[in-house]
Design a protein around this ligand. Structure first.
Ligand code: TUI
Length: 308
């Protein structure tokens, strides 16, 4: 499974972990990197000291390359972007915005830059701005999403760019990896599958919701706020979706009740007030395993399928 992505990132497998806000911390990132992928720590809207500590802890747990995801809507994105330079992080991915203004300084520092993009237009802009690769993320992904699907978006981004493309959204086993390669991707980004990994530090209730989820246990909330988010179906996410549909919840009220809801899900397993961000593929995730097993099974299945 050697591609331009394994070459670029110096990893065994062309696989990066999703930079899931509040979820992706040093233990998970180090486990993925030690298993031959590239683990990511999510900057989210964390304080700079928290992210610095996470990076240092990860360095203690792995000598393999790992990265940081910068969520560009974070009020302190600029400080976190600089921290990646100061801490000599190997790889930066970005989400929820255009990272153009940070790219020159990251490149200057020797950081591999991989923006996550939901459209061909943004992908082209990122290539022009000097990105090393892009993650083309379909609407099947968990969390903040665009409208295009992985199946439609990935080949169009591949056709439009020279730099390598990583597919994301709806990939949780070797069939998804092989399909991504057939679409022209040279790597995959995996999020939801790692929620149900042993090393993932989320509340046990969150893991149980992922493992028990069926294909239809998923809902997108917040389209009317301009920040659509994909969640596991719970009483809370259904209330949000209904409130949005029937007008009983204004966008302002929506923002108010969802403030801090991601933390409540990840740390407290609070099903009454928590937002359990999760991809559509959770219906296919039925067990909790070590990251190493997840990655090795996924990659060997993909290799067999591609060699057929
Ligand atoms: O960023 C993600 N997924 C996320 S971020 C997140 S935290 C959050 N919570 C509530 C609201 C917003 C964020 C949870 N999940 N995925 C990558 C992604 N990036 N999806 C969509 C985009 C994106 C959207 C617009 C990237 C660029 C973009 O550019 C707009 C522009 O400025 O041109």
């Amino acid at each position: 499974m050697k591609t331009r992505i394994t070459e670029l990132l110096g990893c065994k497998y062309p696989l990066i972990q999703g930079g899931m806000a509040w979820v992706a911390e040093n233990t998970l990132a180090a486990a993925v990197s030690n298993a031959g992928g590239v683990g990511l720590i999510a900057g989210g809207s964390a304080p700079i000291d928290y992210l610095r500590e996470q990076i240092r802890l990860c360095k203690e747990k792995t000598d393999k390359p790992f990265g940081v995801n910068i969520m560009l809507m974070s009020p302190n994105a600029e400080d976190l972007a600089q921290l990646c330079i100061d801490e000599k992080v190997a790889v930066v991915t970005t989400g929820a915005g255009n990272p153009g203004k940070y790219i020159p300084a990251w490149k200057e520092a020797g950081i591999k830059v991989i923006p996550v993009i939901p459209s061909v237009a943004l992908a082209k802009r990122m290539e022009k701005a000097g990105a090393d690769a892009v993650v083309a993320e379909g609407t099947e992904s968990g969390g903040h999403i665009g409208e295009n699907t992985t199946m439609c978006l990935v080949p169009q981004v591949v056709d439009a760019l020279e730099i390598p493309v990583i597919a994301a959204g709806g990939i949780a086993d070797g069939r998804g990896v092989a399909a991504s390669f057939m679409l022209g991707a040279e790597g995959v980004q995996i999020g939801t599958r790692f929620l149900a990994s042993e090393e993932c530090q989320i509340h046990p209730t969150f893991k149980e919701l992922v493992v028990k989820a069926k294909d239809t246990d998923n809902v997108v909330t917040g389209r009317y706020t301009g920040h659509p988010c994909r969640n596991i179906k719970t009483k809370f996410s259904k209330m949000l979706a209904n409130g949005e549909k029937d007008g009983s919840l204004t966008p302002e009220q929506f923002e108010e009740v969802t403030l801090g809801s991601l933390r409540k899900a990840v740390q407290d397993g609070n099903v009454e007030e928590g937002s359990f961000l999760c991809g559509l593929i959770a219906g296919m995730v039925n067990d909790v395993k070590p990251c190493k097993d997840i990655i090795e099974e996924m990659m060997s299945q993909a290799e067999k399928l591609l060699n057929r």
